[in-house]
Design a protein around this ligand. Structure first.
Ligand code: ZN
Length: 61
């Protein structure tokens, strides 16, 4: 199964739409993987404007 990253919110999914923002704007060309376990305490989550735990791509092309 191929993982793709959402161009809108950078969430990583194996589906055809983003589980977060429900867009079909997904890309298989992404780099950098961050796992957010605690969005309240994570600096990365703040910078990336993430408020849910999960896996995200740093860069999506
Ligand atoms: Zn999304």
């Amino acid at each position: 199964m191929t993982e793709k990253a959402c161009r809108e919110c950078h969430a990583i999914t194996t589906g055809t739409i983003c589980p977060r923002c429900k867009t079909a704007s997904l890309s298989d060309d992404f780099s950098g993987l961050v796992v957010i376990l605690d969005p309240e305490e994570s600096e990365i989550a703040k910078v990336m404007n993430i408020n849910e735990k999960g896996r995200y791509a740093l860069r999506v092309r």
